[in-house]
Design a binder for this molecule. Structure first.
Ligand code: ZN
Length: 148
C-alpha cells in the first residue's frame, strides 16, 4: 500500500462541512442571524439539503439550532469557520494580487481553501506580505506574468 496518510473522513465531507460553517459565520456577521433559506441562497443548495446538514452539524456540536429561531455556531463551529475564513483570505488575497479576475479568484479560493496545508498557507501568506511591502517586485512579477 502507499505511504500516504489515511484520511479519517472522506475529504469532500470535510469540505462541505467547512463550506457550511464558513457561510453561517459570514451570514451571521452580515445579517446578525442565519436562516436555512440564507444558507440555501449562499451555497446554491436546495433547502431540504440544508436542513439535513444543519441537523447533522448540530448533532456533531458545531452549532445550536432552535426551530424557527435560527442558528448559532458553537465555539467549535466558530473555530472551524474562522480557520476556513483565514485560509480564504490568504489565498484570495494572493491570487487576486497576481492579477486573477475576481470571479475566478473566488471560485478557485473556494476549492483550494479546504485542501491547503497549514505550512503552505503560512508561506503563501508570507509571500503576499512580501509582495505587498515590495511594490516594485510585485510590478516586475506582474509584468512577467503578463508576458506571452
Ligand atoms: Zn471560502
Amino acid at each position: 500500500m502507499s505511504g500516504l496518510p489515511r484520511l479519517v473522513q472522506p475529504k469532500r465531507d470535510i469540505s462541505r462541512r467547512e463550506d457550511y460553517l464558513e457561510a453561517i459565520y459570514n451570514l451571521n456577521e452580515e445579517k446578525g442571524y442565519v436562516s436555512a433559506a440564507d444558507i440555501s441562497d449562499r451555497l446554491g443548495v436546495k433547502p431540504p439539503t440544508v436542513s439535513s446538514m444543519v441537523v447533522n452539524l448540530a448533532r456533531k456540536g458545531y452549532l445550536d439550532h432552535e426551530r424557527y429561531r435560527g442558528m448559532r455556531l458553537t465555539r467549535s463551529g466558530e473555530k472551524v469557520a474562522k480557520s476556513v475564513i483565514k485560509r480564504h483570505q490568504v489565498i484570495s488575497g494572493l491570487i487576486s494580487m497576481l492579477g486573477v479576475d475576481d470571479q475566478t479568484a473566488y471560485v478557485d479560493t473556494e476549492g483550494i481553501e479546504h485542501h491547503v496545508h497549514q505550512s503552505t498557507l503560512r508561506r503563501l501568506q508570507k509571500l503576499a506580505e512580501y509582495l505587498r511591502e515590495n511594490p516594485d517586485t510585485l510590478k516586475a512579477v506582474l509584468e512577467f506574468l503578463e508576458e506571452k
